[in-house]
Design a protein around this ligand. Structure first.
Ligand code: CO
Length: 425
């Protein structure tokens, strides 16, 4: 049976329990499509399609030759999702249980993490000789952890006041019985990574849902998966760039998959860092250009900031703007917020509408209720940092920031098709 874009999205998500794995998966797909990996510390020469990966972020481009001031067509998306991450001194316990101390990352829907079988994945940093370090990825998909919910008999107010969870007290997973002892986690990590316990010097470890992504619904029209926000857009960007690589275009197609959006993007590899700008600068100077060429290129460039959009919830229609209903399966969604929580303006929105019209793909318009605070994404940050006209686009989903999110499988193919056209427009 042919692999549909929706099938391929499920494979991408299952391969990427953490931003580091998302970057590794994207890098593997790009390499297989002929992209070269650039060393961030080396001097870059002009060449064919390539990418540079740094921790949980990856930037890739096709067709870098030619005029240094050539305009770019960018797609930017984030690799991180809200989850539970392991603290530096994780071995704790209570009431006869061994537990791991975690820190909630980003705005997770805490209730969705209760009573789920959780695995652990991330990267481990180990000693390599007496002066060097080596970093490697690890993952363990066995159900290692669970955050048990309190029984209803011990929480009689739950039906009146709802479930109240304290981020410090109520999210600590159990991972066994018996007394906790310092070094339990490190021993486990060393074993799963195939290194000696004494060599583990650091980690970025996080919990993930062990249930694979899948199709659901009477006719399997829906995708139930973790991390759709925003691995769906990362998958779309990578697939689109690979599809665009041979298109002869007057523009330079590029994608930026960036970490730490869920916590504000202010990190060495986030959208609010010098990373993306410095890579674009290097692409210009590798073609013999200077800072004037970069500014000229940015002025004629366009960026599509890809992040998921809120579909209209059947059980809570009142939470949505009544004249901006969004259907799952209804095609890409342009997100507009006139207070600049989204970057779309009249002109960038119009460009995308024109593109969708040309492709025969339906397009939807999202606007948040005025009496609810609107979320944001990397669009406004990338646009402010680079001076590139930008718009925010996403595919519709429900349950954003739940451990299991929901979207329509039909939207995946439309996304890939439109993103590929965007990169060469
Ligand atoms: Co997002």
């Amino acid at each position: 049976m042919p692999v549909t874009p929706a099938d391929d999205l499920l494979a991408f998500i299952d391969a990427a329990p953490t931003p580091f794995h998302a970057v590794a998966e994207a890098a593997g797909r790009l390499r297989a499509a002929g992209f070269a990996e650039m060393d961030p510390a080396a001097r870059w020469q002009p060449g064919g399609p390539a990418f540079v990966a740094q921790a949980g972020s990856l930037i890739a481009w096709a067709a870098p030759e030619g005029d240094p001031a050539r305009p770019m067509r960018l797609i930017a998306a984030h690799t991180d999702s809200p989850n539970l991450r392991i603290k530096p001194r994780p071995d704790i316990g209570a009431a006869g249980f061994r537990q791991l101390d975690v820190e909630p990352y980003g705005g997770l829907l805490m209730n969705s993490w209760l009573d789920r079988d959780l695995g652990l994945a991330g990267r481990v940093v180990v000693r390599s000789g007496s002066r060097d370090l080596a970093t490697r990825l690890f993952r363990d998909d066995r159900p290692l952890l669970r955050v048990p919910q309190l029984a209803i008999h011990l929480d009689r107010e739950i039906s009146e006041r709802g479930l109240l969870l304290n981020r410090q007290q109520h999210l600590t997973p159990v991972w066994g019985l018996g007394p906790a002892s310092d070094g339990d986690f490190v021993s486990w990590l060393a074993e799963v990574s195939g290194v000696g316990s004494g060599d583990v010097l650091g980690w970025d470890a996080m919990c993930h849902d062990t249930l694979p992504a899948g199709f659901i619904g009477a006719n399997e029209e829906l995708i139930s998966a973790p991390r759709l926000d925003n691995l769906c857009s990362c998958f779309g960007a990578v697939s689109a760039l690979i599809a665009a690589v041979d298109a002869s275009a007057e523009v330079l197609p590029a994608i930026a998959l960036l970490d730490h959006e869920e916590v504000g993007s202010g990190s060495a590899t986030g959208a609010d860092s010098v990373l993306l700008r410095s890579v674009l600068e290097r692409l210009v100077s590798a073609r013999g250009g200077d800072s004037e060429d970069l500014i000229r290129s940015c002025a004629a460039s366009m960026c599509l900031s890809a992040d998921m959009a809120h579909g209209t919830h059947p059980n809570y229609p009142d939470r949505h703007e009544p004249n901006h209903r969004i259907a799952l399966g209804g095609g890409p969604v342009i997100k507009t917020n006139l207070n600049q929580r989204y970057s779309t303006d009249g002109e960038t929105g119009a460009r995308f509408r024109l593109l969708c019209d040309r492709m025969g793909v339906p397009v939807q318009e999202y606007s948040h209720r005025n009496d609810l605070p609107c979320g944001s994404t990397i669009g406004p940050i990338v646009s402010a940092r680079l001076g590139i006209p930008t718009l925010d686009v996403g595919m519709a989903q429900l349950s954003m920031h739940s451990i299991r999110e929901l979207m329509a499988s039909a939207d995946v193919a439309m996304m890939v098709e439109v993103f590929a056209a965007w990169l060469t427009t």
